[in-house]
Design a protein around this ligand. Structure first.
Ligand SMILES: [Zn+2]
Ligand SMILES: [Zn+2]
Length: 339
């Protein structure tokens, strides 16, 4: 492994060259985009947000790779573009490859509709988000602000066609194995190339990947996420994990253990908070403190995923059931169920 500011080179057991590019996809938000060079085959794993700075960062990283490692490939020559999951920082630039190059675009079947019917997805997700925020106990102005922010952050993407719809365990390109790992995102995949596992946002080296409730997006949620962590632990022959953000993960299993343990602790904290009736806004504040802007929504979603997990298991109950029964969409108060 060698690296400079933006490019890291990895060599798999089978001699496949994987270049990691660190690209600023949103202000102060960095993604790892990977270029996999395997004989005559070239594959890009994720493409960045599509914002001008993100695209420039990807171009600069490709240039640095050519200069430093003597590769000759250019972005417009890449043959395959695999999207790890349908979050904007990972797929936003995909339109360039669809409209301006010959590349084939791949995405998991549960995320294909986001890329192909993006406008529909945003309209529907905004509505589900509104219901979620009302129940959470957010004030109307805060709800309107967050909804507006949600829509704006996604307003610049236009739907595209996808060439290949991926399924779990499928082998693509040169035997690379698709591992479906839903939870962080419905169509989240990890891609196994020889002994390297590209984990995208399923496993990260420092932060725990963001969780949101299945009630906002089906196939998200902590239940599926924890099951997908276990699933990735079982994948054999992995000696290197390459995540979608942050540093390389040299040893996957201990990192999976640490993330799972973190969520168990957090579930305990939520139960503790709910010794007295609490709204999701209360729970989020107790866990993460006061948050502003978009991180407030992320904190609410994270708290919501844990509440949902406990509620589905009967460990939390609803403290104001009569009100919930009689009003259209009131704020819900959760309470720990006495054993
Ligand atoms: Zn993500
Ligand atoms: Zn991400």
């Amino acid at each position: 492994m060698a690296s400079d500011a933006t490019v890291t080179r990895h060599l798999t057991r089978g001699g496949v060259r994987i270049y990691g590019f660190r690209v600023e996809t949103f202000p102060n938000h960095f993604n790892n985009i990977y270029l996999i060079l395997d004989g005559p085959r070239s594959t890009l794993f994720d493409v960045g947000s599509g914002l001008p700075d993100s695209n420039a960062g990807l171009d600069a990283a490709m240039h640095a790779m050519r200069e430093r490692y003597g590769e000759s490939i250019r972005l417009e020559q890449v043959q395959h573009v695999v999207i790890s999951h349908s979050h904007m920082d990972h797929f936003g630039h995909v339109g360039y490859f669809v409209h301006r190059t010959e590349a084939q675009v791949y995405v998991h079947e549960l995320d294909a509709r986001v890329l192909q019917n993006f406008e529909e997805r945003i309209v529907l997700a905004s509505k589900d988000l509104r219901v979620f925020m009302e129940r959470a106990g957010l004030k109307p102005q805060a709800r309107a602000d967050l909804e507006e922010m949600y829509r704006l952050s996604k307003s610049f993407f236009k739907s595209i066609r996808v060439d290949r719809i991926l399924k779990d365990r499928e082998r693509i390109i040169n035997g690379y194995v698709v591992h479906h790992a839903p939870g962080h995102c419905p169509g989240q995949i990890c891609l196994q190339v020889d002994d390297a596992l590209l984990t995208a946002d399923h496993v990260l080296s420092r932060i725990t990947p963001h969780q949101s409730p299945a009630s906002i997006t089906p196939f998200c949620g902590l239940e599926l996420y924890l099951a997908s962590l276990e699933k990735m632990r079982q994948v054999s022959g992995v000696s290197l994990a390459l995540p979608g953000h942050e540093a390389v993960i040299p040893d996957l299993a201990p990192r999976i253990d640490a993330i799972a343990a973190h969520h168990q602790r957090r579930l305990g904290q939520v139960l503790d908070i709910c010794r007295r009736p609490s709204t999701l806004v209360d729970i989020s504040k107790a866990l993460f403190g006061e948050r502003g802007g978009y991180t407030r929504l992320l904190a609410l979603e994270e708290a919501g995923a844990h509440v949902e997990y406990l509620f589905q298991r009967g460990e939390l109950g609803i403290a104001n059931l009569e009100q919930v029964a009689s009003e259209s969409n009131p704020v819900i108060y959760y309470e720990m169920r006495k054993p």
